[in-house]
Design a protein around this ligand. Structure first.
Ligand SMILES: CC(C)(COP(=O)(O)OP(=O)(O)OC[C@H]1O[C@@H](n2cnc3c(N)ncnc32)[C@H](O)[C@@H]1OP(=O)(O)O)[C@@H](O)C(=O)NCCC(=O)NCCS
Length: 325
């Protein structure tokens, strides 16, 4: 007698923010699909399911016979008064044994439908504040999946890079211009000045993230501040192993330990192009070096040549893919 094989029924379960059982399932699926260089911990997966500071997120876990086979996360940033126009596919993965059976398509269809319902007109792969990756990692070779769905490289920033250096022997570049200002680690008492600066200079991009980081108990001293005669005129953020922002976000695994990260770096609009940004990067790298950091990443850089003077070289590329909904 031949036994008839029945396919287990696939269900899409709503992902609950911070739920550790689902986060463990997401991490298991992601790690199997992406490999050791892209490993995420259940804790990092859970932190990626928190609603973004000024937006909303939703996700689905694909489960058959109690076994998680795939997941998707999508988020928007609410931009009053019109609501969101832009959304992110924060993460999508299907476990290798279940690939090629339409599960990725089902999850991506669900996420794009949810984003469209929120009012989004454009969706980008990665790069949001809750995204597992800053773009589509080229080495995962899944671009054809997205191309079939109508995604194309963004005209302005088709590719971004993680740049890396070993800071063990870091010395400042010889040609750093002198600046009329000073870069110093932020003290706890500088938190208000830092927040004022990012609210003024980067209201839509970094302000919500810095505000959330500090509200969550993140250390002000993870920031370097540029002080000029008018107060704070620039900042950069550092990430150490014990920082509130998880280093896992930057996938440093192939680099020599201890690991660290520098970025973002931002200077007031009217002070750009005068060497202030270089001074911030140099001061940040010196501090990481003095704290014993070796393998250092600077994440999501669109012009790799700009960091050559600091001996950073391209570590891995990402495609910035987007699609109109
Ligand atoms: C990308 C991924 C989610 C696709 O999942 P999947 O379940 O295998 O995809 P589906 O079976 O739904 O495939 C849908 C279509 O895309 C095609 N496709 C999927 N992956 C492909 C690939 N790597 N190359 C070429 N075509 C691919 C399928 O053949 C199918 O084509 P069809 O519409 O003609 O039938 C999966 O490969 C994966 O987990 N990759 C690693 C993680 C990743 O890269 N995530 C994206 C970053 S967030």
């Amino acid at each position: 007698m031949t036994q008839r094989m029945t396919r287990p029924k696939l269900t899409l379960q709503p992902i609950q923010p911070g739920e550790i059982g689902q986060a463990t399932a997401m991490a298991t699926v992601w790690n199997a699909a992406c490999g050791a260089d892209w490993m995420i911990s259940p804790q990092f997966a859970a932190s990626a399911t928190r609603p973004p500071a000024n937006g909303c997120q939703a996700g689905r876990l694909a489960v058959a016979d109690g076994e998680p086979l795939g997941f998707v996360l999508a988020s928007t940033r609410t931009a009053p008064p019109d609501g969101p126009t832009w959304g992110w596919l924060d993460g999508l993965a299907v476990t290798p044994a279940a690939q090629g059976q339409g599960i990725g398509r089902l999850l991506a269809d669900w996420a794009e439908g949810w984003l469209a319902e929120q009012g989004c007109r454009t969706v980008q792969v990665g790069g949001g504040s809750r995204s597992l990756v800053t773009g589509l990692p080229t080495e995962l070779e899944s671009q054809p999946f997205f191309a079939r769905r109508g995604y194309a490289k963004t005209p302005t920033e088709a590719e971004v890079w993680d740049m890396a250096a070993n800071l063990a022997g870091y010395t400042p570049p010889a040609d750093l211009p002198a600046i009329p200002g000073q870069v110093r680690p932020a003290h706890p008492g500088d938190a208000a000045a830092l927040l004022d600066f990012v609210r003024r200079a980067f209201p839509d991009s970094w302000y919500p993230e810095v505000a959330e980081f500090l509200a969550d108990g993140g250390r002000p001293s993870d920031f370097m501040l540029l002080w000029t005669e008018r107060g704070v005129d620039g900042f950069c953020q550092l990430t150490f192993l014990d920082s509130r922002r998880p280093l896992n976000r930057f996938y440093p695994f192939r680099l020599p330990q201890p690991w660290g990260h520098l970025g973002p770096v931002g200077v007031s609009a009217d002070r750009r192009g005068q060497g202030f940004g270089l001074a911030l990067v140099d001061a940040g790298l010196r501090r990481l070096h003095n704290n014993g950091v070796n393998g250092c990443i600077i994440h999501g850089v669109s012009r790799p040549a700009s960091l050559a003077r600091f001996d950073f070289t391209p570590h891995r590329p990402y495609a910035r893919l987007q699609k109109s909904l």
